[in-house]
Ligand binder design. Structure first.
Ligand SMILES: Cc1cc2nc3c(=O)[nH]c(=O)nc-3n(C[C@H](O)[C@H](O)[C@H](O)COP(=O)(O)OP(=O)(O)OC[C@H]3O[C@@H](n4cnc5c(N)ncnc54)[C@H](O)[C@@H]3O)c2cc1C
Length: 385
């Protein structure tokens, strides 16, 4: 296992050990198989639910774990050592519903949905991106029109993680004529409602298995006024708060894959012999492994500092730090997994070795939750204001 940050509490250390063993026992055996077959591992969902992993942010008052961001990062990191897609299932319904309700939900919404989420069986997706509104999400064009006490939602959403298996989807739609972000509201939409259609499952480079993606099509979907989370025009702010929470969690997943790839590369380098000696004895590879370890440890140190700040309510400068760690960790994951493939040589290019999958998986961490260009824009904005 990698270094444990010194400021971890005893509870966090115990949880880390527990997640480490859980990942070795439950995740490692299926990680490659669910990728190669692009199979949603239904059997693991109840186990995640029993451990409180899916319903992470649901308050204790409603029977949820009310987990901290630090603990979420610990779980994500340990599980991602074997599987990025399963790591993202930790806190799966957080962004989609639990966090929006915590940030802006009415008492009636909390009373309705938190007990349901607390059971750890309900899956929720978050539908912000559209075919013509990705990085510039505030330009989205899905519309919700008032009809008596209801809203009618019409539009398309794209690349929605867990879309094919979601029971609910949080849909961001334009509800008034205010420009850009100010005209956007968020709605809880039951995916079984008339007018909701899903596209076929997206075929992806990696990040397969546990996190299937699809597009959504909404055709005059009728939802009651109570489905709106936050006020009219407040949806985009809710989405940004969710992302700010989630960026360190994505960083933790990225660090986890990098750690897994480093461990695989080191183990291979000690075993593989060329020119009469273990390839680990070649300085050219030792320097690569040292660089990999340095990137991981430095990024992990920043991760747990950022998460601790969030948990302590120290929000001054938090947005820039969350963007920094997401960007640094995912760039590190891409570099480290690519180098791990290089260290394994031809074997690293073959599907028999997990590093092949890890390199494909790492790529998406530079793209989703805001691309790394967007993260750099956020960091620069903090510097310049
Ligand atoms: C596997 C996967 C899962 C996803 N899951 C979800 C989900 O659950 N919910 C959801 O809503 N969305 C989801 N997304 C969408 C994701 O958030 C977007 O793909 C991402 O925000 C980028 O948008 P885009 O793909 O339209 O790229 P674009 O915005 O078209 O960007 C293309 C390129 O231009 C760059 N670029 C854009 N604007 C600027 C700028 N101002 N300055 C510099 N460079 C710029 C980008 O960084 C990128 O390199 C997912 C995407 C993927 C791939």
């Amino acid at each position: 296992m990698a270094f444990t940050p010194l400021n971890f509490t005893q509870e966090q250390r115990i949880f880390r050990d527990q997640m480490h063993r859980f990942a070795e026992r439950e995740i490692a055996p299926i990680a490659d198989e669910i990728d190669h077959n692009d199979r949603f591992p239904e059997e693991i969902i109840p186990k995640f639910g029993e451990l409180g992993l899916i319903q992470w942010s649901v308050p204790a008052a409603y029977g949820g774990p009310e987990g901290s961001l630090t603990m979420l990062c610990i779980a994500r990191e340990e599980i991602a050592r074997y599987s990025l897609s399963l790591s993202v299932m930790v806190g799966e319904n957080g962004n989609g519903l639990a966090l929006p309700l915590l940030f802006a939900g009415s008492q009636a919404q909390k009373d309705k949905y938190f007990p349901l989420l607390a059971e750890g069986k309900t899956l929720v997706a978050f539908a912000l991106s559209e075919p013509d509104a990705g990085s510039d999400a505030a330009s989205l064009s899905t519309r919700a029109v008032r009809d008596g006490d209801d809203w009618l939602i019409t539009g398309n959403k794209t690349y929605v993680t867990c879309g094919p298996v979601a029971d609910y989807v949080l849909v961001f739609a334009r509800t008034n004529d205010a420009p850009r972000a100010k005209g956007i509201s968020a709605f809880i939409v039951d995916t079984t409602l008339p007018g909701v259609a899903r596209g076929s499952k997206n075929r992806k480079m990696g990040y397969n298995g546990a996190t299937p993606n699809c597009d959504f099509f909404f055709d005059q979907v009728r939802v009651p006024a109570e489905a709106m989370v936050g006020g009219d025009g407040e949806g985009f702010a809710v989405a940004m708060k969710c992302m700010e929470f989630n960026r360190p969690a994505m960083a933790a997943s990225a660090i986890g894959i990098a750690q897994g790839a480093l461990e695989a590369a080191v183990a291979f380098a000690k075993e593989r012999r060329q020119f009469g000696k273990a390839i680990a004895e070649f300085q050219g590879l030792q320097f690569m492994m040292a660089d990999m370890a340095m990137q991981i440890e430095a990024t992990r140190a920043l991760l747990y500092e950022v998460a601790a700040r969030y948990d302590a309510g120290e929000m001054d400068g938090y947005g820039g730090l969350a963007a920094s760690v997401k960007c640094l960790a995912s760039d590190a994951a891409m570099k480290v997994t690519t180098d791990a493939v290089q260290i394994l040589g031809g074997a690293g290019y073959m599907k028999e070795h997990s590093v092949e999958r890890m390199m494909r998986d790492a790529k998406v961490t530079q793209i989703f939750e805001g691309t790394n260009q967007i993260q750099r824009m956020l960091v620069a904005r903090d510097l310049l204001t």
